[in-house]
Design a protein around this ligand. Structure first.
Ligand code: AMP
Ligand code: MG
Length: 419
């Protein structure tokens, strides 16, 4: 009895089983923390803002004293001074023979001319916009009442001291970087970068760096660059080597990757049933634990997921579309698991098909597609797994179940292309 091929969901589950999040962390400077995964919960060491501050240019007042103010019946207050953003507030005593602000503020019927961002003295509880005054310097007419805490940023309005602001496992983006900066973090604890090593197998492959013009019969190694670009933008380390279709060479490339501490090894090419498709035999030879092979999907049926001495090896087809579609399906959930960060999980959504697609496929398909505002388009003329460039107009895969016919207006499942 032949074993039934797994679905890609079953294949993925088998591939992911048993892997744990990397434990090592490092401190990096704030900007270098961009796109990295936070290693520890970040608690706010102080509140933001840490002092009450004015949200407007105007006059700090006691709201209760100006509640009735109108243009016809302004409230007049004595202006005790001026406070600009960044000026510190003397709290007690006399300054150069002058009454201290805190003392002056105690007087009822007073206001402090204040600029946006300046500290509001404790005696005041609201700010009147300068447009609602006569801009007075020694005394000011208030033309409109304010409520308590109006135009006033309270302590902790943004972040409260002691709260967990960013939990461990968050992938840091610009807002997290800005938030960390607001708390004065110059260094950030992040998980160490995953180290992904790509082994591009194929005697026909040439690296862009070495050969120009291209010798006949050769092709440039496009996949390694596509995957590496994706991995680098995700915040990981990635390198690649090219290997001829020779068993010993591929085997030693796998051993080299293991020795140089790969967290994940990706091989491309040689997974099918051709004369020089050596990966299935090599994985067996070295004793890798093959977790899935020949899953029910097109393209990428021959993709293999295995584990060798605890290190996952994802073996992709050499056809660029098959490689990237399967990489996106299997790699990112693995990356999410190894970093304990869900941000790497690609988004799966429902959308409305907008382009006719006549074909009914015998197997489940991942079709290159473009989604915008809930509508899915199929801009590619060719769906061949060897064609790469038309993916430039795509941002998702249409996940079409086997034997399904679809028409415009149908609700379909799409998988976003990450990174
Ligand atoms: P294979 O999976 O080895 O049977 O290769 C399938 C097709 O993909 C062949 O036409 C290869 O020449 C091509 N190919 C293999 N590896 C790469 C690569 N790294 N970049 C671009 N094309 C490749
Ligand atoms: Mg090949």
């Amino acid at each position: 009895m032949t074993k039934q091929s797994p679905t890609i969901e079953q294949a993925l589950e088998a591939f992911l089983a048993g892997h744990a999040c990397v434990s090592e962390a490092e401190e990096v400077s704030l900007l270098h923390a961009m796109n990295r995964v936070l290693a520890e919960d970040i608690r706010a060491p102080f509140s933001v803002p840490s002092f009450p501050k004015s949200a407007m240019d105007g006059y700090a007042v006691r709201a209760s004293e100006v509640a009735e103010a109108t243009a016809a019946h302004p409230v007049v207050l004595r202006v005790i001074g001026e406070r600009l953003a960044g000026e510190s507030l003397p709290l007690t005593g006399n300054v150069e023979g002058q009454e201290a602000d805190s003392v002056k503020c105690m007087d009822h019927g007073t206001a402090l001319r204040i600029m946006t961002g300046a500290e509001v003295p404790p005696a005041y509880d609201a700010v009147v916009r300068e447009e609602d005054t006569d801009y007075g310097e020694t005394q000011v007419q208030i033309f409109r009442g304010v409520k308590q805490f109006q135009n006033y940023c309270a302590v902790g309005e943004d972040i409260r001291e002691g709260d967990i602001v960013i939990p461990a496992g968050t992938r840091l983006g610009r807002i997290e970087i800005g938030t960390l900066a607001s708390l004065g973090f110059a260094m950030v604890p992040v998980r160490r970068k995953l180290n992904i090593q790509i082994i591009s197998t194929g005697t026909e492959l040439v690296d862009v760096k070495v050969s120009s013009p291209l010798p006949s019969g050769k092709i440039y190694n496009s996949i390694a660059y596509m995957l590496e670009a994706s991995l680098l933008s995700a915040g990981f380390e990635a390198t690649h080597v090219i290997c001829e279709d020779e068993e010993a060479a591929i085997q030693s490339a796998i051993e080299n990757a293991m020795e140089s501490a790969a967290d994940i090894i990706i091989t491309t090419g040689g997974v099918s049933v051709g004369k020089k498709d050596l990966l299935p035999a090599i994985l067996q030879e070295i004793g890798a634990d093959v977790r899935f092979q020949r899953a029910q999907i097109q393209p990428g049926t021959p993709t293999i997921g295995s584990v060798y001495h605890g290190i996952p090896i994802l073996s992709l087809s050499g056809n660029p579309y098959a490689a990237v579609a399967n990489f996106d399906y299997y790699f990112w959930p693995l990356a999410a698991k190894l970093t304990a960060c869900d941000a790497y999980l690609p988004s799966v959504e429902e959308a409305i098909l907008a382009t006719p697609y006549e074909k009914v496929n015998a197997s489940r398909r991942l079709l290159r597609a473009y989604v915008k505002q809930g509508k899915v388009f199929l801009p590619a003329k060719s769906h061949a797994s060897s064609v790469l460039s038309n993916l430039m107009n795509c941002n998702c895969y249409l996940d079409l179940p086997a034997g399904t016919s679809v028409k415009p207006g149908d609700v379909v499942t799409i998988r976003r292309m990450p990174f």
